[in-house]
Design a protein around this ligand. Structure first.
Ligand code: PMP
Length: 435
């Protein structure tokens, strides 16, 4: 069936939906942190369907909850009440600090961020929004305006009134390690100056909002200098804007030390957007905000058909249970810290590893021509390593403004043994392709 599938894929599926690997994988089963192809080959899944399989592939309790709900009621649209919406909203908001207690359920991260923009503008009656260089917030019109990774942008869909702060420097995004961004640590004041400068390019004292991922995901686990986000929040609020935390990748315990990424920055956002890991692969997302902001939206009817779908809500609840019952946040912290240190040892050994950074199970390995120049490793060389890892049974993601970073974000059940296997495979791929 492989050749047939490939033919159909090329003929009938948009080429804009790019497949990974020269010879794309045809997968048919997921179990725990593993994926299986039709030849029975097993792959350690270090990318989790793009940071989405949060608990494990086909978690038995989540699957059972979905199956049970499928036999009762699939959908009514949110114009009627059914228990799963209320139960989920209560359970989710219990995990968030005051005043973040009101949930609006959507279908994707892009849709959640579009709605967050809409809320920020309606609530503040202002227009300008600020996002960061290297940030990814989605592909729908508003969200794409906030995204600043060039390959996703199109001439026809940019410039929707969103300023983009250019923070960071030249090629490398954040050479650092062990959860701290070395160079960044010394540059906070410089970034704050840049941030103020950008605020000054907006309509004076009339910011609608500021959006940031607590750790940049698509950009390859790029972290901010300590205290930077907190100061940025203050500056935005002084100018009347709301602060939006895009927790699409950092939420649900992935960063280990905290359930939400914003908690590591000692801030409380006005709006939080979530997707990906929320449903362990089931399509759902949400925006959470205060009653005050939610009420300002309420006068402007905003609707989507599938948000709050009964099966999605039951899945969402079961995912929250699984994270707690299986101790997955703690596991993210333990295995993530271990794996980061193991990969960091390779950085010291190989001239082409410019940086190993991240937090919990959100790790970025930035590849360079050499440590001196810090120029991005060319795409062909990146691919040699990456394809070889796949051939040895390890699936890794890619990202970064220059596509120079490998991304490691596995299901949160991964073990230290898996981490050892991944590091060994990566080591072999580096050795036999680059020396
Ligand atoms: N925000 C972040 C941080 C993301 O990583 C993504 C997806 N990569 C999105 C928003 C958009 O989510 P979706 O693809 O579900 O629209």
């Amino acid at each position: 069936p492989y050749e047939h599938m490939l033919k159909i894929r090329k003929q009938n599926v948009s080429p804009s939906l790019v497949t990974y690997y020269k010879k794309p994988l045809l997968l048919h089963q997921g179990h725990m942190q593993w994926l299986f192809d039709f030849e029975g080959r097993r792959y350690l899944d270090l990318f989790a369907g793009i940071v989405t399989v949060s608990v494990v592939h086909c978690h038995p309790k989540v699957t059972a909850a979905a199956q049970k709900q499928l036999g009762h009621l699939w959908h009514t649209a949110n114009i009627y009440m059914h228990p799963p919406i209320q139960e989920y909203a209560e359970k989710l908001t219990a995990l968030l600090p005051d005043p973040l207690k009101v949930v609006y359920l959507t279908n994707s991260g892009s849709e959640a961020n579009d709605l967050a923009v809409f809320m920020a503008r309606i609530y503040t009656r202002n227009f300008d929004l600020i996002s960061f260089r290297g940030g990814y917030h989605g592909a729908s019109p508003y969200a794409l305006g906030l995204t600043s990774i060039g390959s996703y942008k199109h001439v026809v869909a940019t410039g929707l009134g969103c300023q983009t702060v250019r923070w960071g420097w030249g090629g490398n995004e954040g050479r650092g390690t062990e959860g701290e961004t070395r160079s960044c640590c010394h540059a906070k004041d410089q970034y704050i100056e840049q941030f103020k400068d950008t605020l000054n390019t907006c309509v004076p004292k009339k910011i609608a909002g500021f959006i940031a991922e607590p750790i940049q995901g698509v950009n390859g686990a790029v972290q901010y200098p300590k205290g930077f986000l907190k100061e940025a929040y203050q500056l935005v609020r002084e100018r009347g804007g709301v602060c939006i935390a895009d927790e699409v990748q950092t939420g649900f315990g992935r960063t280990g030390s905290h359930f939400w990424g914003f908690q590591t920055h000692d801030v409380i956002p006005d709006i939080v957007t979530i997707a990906k890991g929320i449903g362990n692969g089931f399509p759902m997302a949400a925006v959470i905000t205060s009653a005050e902001i939610a009420n300002s939206l309420a006068q402007n009817l905003h609707f989507n058909t599938f948000g709050g779908n009964a099966v999605a809500c039951v899945v969402g609840s079961a995912v929250l249970d699984a994270i707690a019952e299986d101790g997955l946040q703690k596991n993210s912290e333990e295995v993530g810290t271990y794996m980061l240190l193991e990969f960091a040892k390779l950085r010291d050994k190989f001239e082409i590893i410019g940086d190993v950074r991240g937090k919990g199970l959100m790790i970025g390995i930035e590849m360079v021509k050499n440590k001196e120049s810090c120029q991005p490793l060319p795409a062909e060389e990146m691919s040699l390593i990456w394809e070889d890892c796949k051939d040895m049974g390890v699936l890794i993601g890619r990202g970064g403004i220059y596509s120079q970073t490998f991304r490691i974000k596995p299901p949160m059940c991964i073990t230290k043994q898996d981490a050892d296997f991944a590091v060994e495979v990566f080591h072999t791929a580096l050795t036999r392709n680059m020396e």
